[in-house]
Structure formats: C-alpha cells, structure tokens
Design a protein around this ligand. Structure first.
Ligand SMILES: NC(=O)c1ccc[n+]([C@@H]2O[C@H](COP(=O)([O-])OP(=O)(O)OC[C@H]3O[C@@H](n4cnc5c(N)ncnc54)[C@H](OP(=O)(O)O)[C@@H]3O)[C@@H](O)[C@H]2O)c1
Length: 300
C-alpha cells in the first residue's frame, strides 16, 4: 500500500508533495550557473510533470533563478505556487544578509519584478537568529527582531504583494512566537541523516503548517552529509529497484504527512527521478532501517 499522498496543502492551496527548488539553476560557490536552455528545460519539465510548487530567491544568481522561471513559465498557470525567500541579497560577489524590514520589502519588490508577478505566493523570512547563520556572517546591524520582520511581511500581505508568510531556519520558540502572524510553511535543513529540527517539524504538523525541508538530499554543500552516499540508502535502493535519491525523498514523504519537498537539480533526468519518488513504496523493513539512521530523534 502506498504510504504517501501525491498532494499536500500550503497556504490553503493544493500543491504537489514533490515540488522543485530552483537554487541549483543559479551560480553556486565553486560552479557556474547551468546554461540557460537547460535551466529552462528543467523548469518547464517540472511543470509538465505536474509540479506546482517552485521555490526560488532573488539572491539565487542574483536574479538568475527568477529570470529562468519567468522565461520558462509565463504566462503562469493559476495553480502554480511560487515561493521565495527574503533576508539576504547577492552583492555581486556573494550572498550577504539584508534582514532589516525595509530591506525585506525591497527584496519582495525585486522578486515581483524578477518573476513578473503582481503577488509572490509565499515569502519566507530567512532567519539568522539563535546561531542559525549557515554560511552567513551576521554584522550587528543585521540582528533584527523577528516581530519587526513579521510586521513588515504582514503589511506586504495586506497590500497584496505577497500571498502568505513562511519562515526559514527557525527553532520551535521562534515559530511559536510567529504563529499569530499566520505562518503557512517552514523551510529548515532536514533530511534522513539530519533530523535535529524534529521538534519544529512536530510543531508544524500540530499547527497545519507545511514542513518544507531544504537540503532534502544533503545537497552538494561541503560538510553536509549526503543522503545519496549513505550505504544503508544504497542498499534499500538496490533492493527496491529505486534510486538513492528516490529513497531519501520517499522517506521524507512517508515520515511526516505535512512534508512538502523541493529537491534541487539542474538535470532533467534527476528531476524526473525526484518527481517519481512519490510513487516509491518503502516497505516496513526499509522504513525500519532508514528510521534507525537517526534513532534518538526517530523515536520522538
Ligand atoms: N530556506 C533556505 O534557507 C534554503 C537553503 C537552501 C536551499 N533552499 C531551497 O531548497 C532547495 C533544495 O536544496 P538544494 O538544491 O541545495 O539541495 P538538495 O535538493 O538536497 O540536493 C541538490 C543536489 O543533489 C543533486 N541531485 C538532485 N537530484 C538528484 C538525483 N535524483 N540523483 C542524484 N543527484 C541529485 C543535485 O545535483 P544535480 O543538479 O546534478 O541533480 C544537487 O547537487 C533549493 O533548490 C532551494 O530552493 C532553501
């Protein structure tokens, strides 16, 4: 029996449980952007395969991911949910924080122009509080109260420039504090091998908030354990006739019903595999092995 459904809910909309993350289409540290034709092909193929949840950011490039999405998909279909994030910009050399409310507003305006829309479906605030800085350094003038950031996004939602508000890289206390603003999704680093944020996932599930893990495959980021190289994942994949990526994604889908995926790829072949992961059935022995890769948290 299939453990997962093909659609989930976010911001009151039906979205495919496997969406698409556009970060891999832009230049990344250590590698140039993929060629434009390939990038457009990937995005168009995603939508042809039924994907209607696409994650992007103005600082992917800068501007590259949004330009590709616009070129590939306009006129946009009514059921497409475009999700972007604010809190950082690309200064020409790399990504730097831009957390102040006026900076968040400017980034929303930049996304509206880049994507060619009147409203961005969902906008996530990329928080850097509580040590969740990722690759960012945090100058003093970038330590901003979350309430002030939320107030700006609520104003943007009231103005109709964004459809809904999400958060990224938050802990459970921050999410609890933000709930009155009407949070529709949370994007945190989480995958089969990295489950430290399980309490945040649980809070999302309790509150009907979509849980959208980033780095669902461990990404290509140095220092991040890669799901695709994990021996237990390779074993399960070989036994079930699936690919390692499909096993990693299928586990996330089976693990929690509020999870929506946005795996990133610059390859049409990988995209097809990832979208098909919703059809991969992990049997009980497979789930037991995969759950056991992070036993303390899997039990929680
Ligand atoms: N909120 C945030 O702060 C935040 C942070 C980071 C990312 N994100 C979002 O989350 C999305 C997902 O993260 P991500 O793209 O960094 O990481 P990911 O989805 O964990 O992994 C992407 C990496 O896996 C490879 N890959 C993808 N599908 C594959 C397959 N079927 N087989 C083999 N390799 C495969 C990709 O290479 P190929 O191109 O060769 O397939 C790429 O190197 C991003 O695209 C972005 O939209 C959000």
């Amino acid at each position: 029996m299939l453990r997962t459904t093909k659609t989930g809910r976010m911001a009151g909309r039906d979205v495919t449980r496997v969406g698409f993350g556009a970060m891999q289409l832009a230049e990344l540290p250590g590698r140039p952007a993929v060629d434009r034709e390939t990038a457009i092909d990937v995005v168009r193929t995603a939508v042809e395969l039924g994907v209607n949840h696409i994650d992007t950011a103005g600082f992917y490039g800068p501007g590259t991911a949004n330009e590709v999405i616009r070129e590939a998909l306009t006129p946009y279909g009514d059921d497409l949910v475009l999700v972007s994030k604010v809190g950082a910009v690309h200064n020409g050399e790399g990504r730097v924080l831009a957390q102040r409310p006026a900076q968040l507003r400017a980034q929303v305006e930049d996304n509206l122009r880049g994507l060619g829309v009147d409203q961005v479906g969902v906008v996530n605030i990329r928080s850097v509080q509580h040590g969740r800085t990722g690759a960012f350094t945090v100058p003093d003038d970038q330590i901003v109260d979350l309430d002030d950031q939320l107030a700006e996004l609520v104003a943007l939602r009231d103005e109709g420039k964004i459809g809904a508000i999400g958060l990224s890289s938050v802990d459970a206390d921050q999410l609890r504090r933000a709930l009155p603003a009407g949070i529709v999704c949370v994007q945190n680093f989480y995958n089969l091998l990295h489950r430290a944020d399980h309490p945040v996932l649980e809070l999302c599930r309790e509150n009907g908030i979509a849980w959208v893990p980033f780095f669902p495959l461990g990404s290509a980021t140095p220092g991040s354990r890669n799901v695709l190289a994990e021996p237990a994942v390779l074993d399960v994949a070989a036994r079930l006739g699936a690919t390692p990526a499909q096993v990693g994604l299928a586990w996330l889908l089976a693990h929690d019903p509020s999870t929506l995926l946005i795996p990133g790829t610059a390859s049409v072949g990988h995209l097809r595999e990832n979208v098909a992961s919703v059809l991969v059935e992990l049997d009980d022995p497979a789930m037991a092995v995969l759950d056991g890769l992070a036993p303390a948290i899997a039990a929680g």
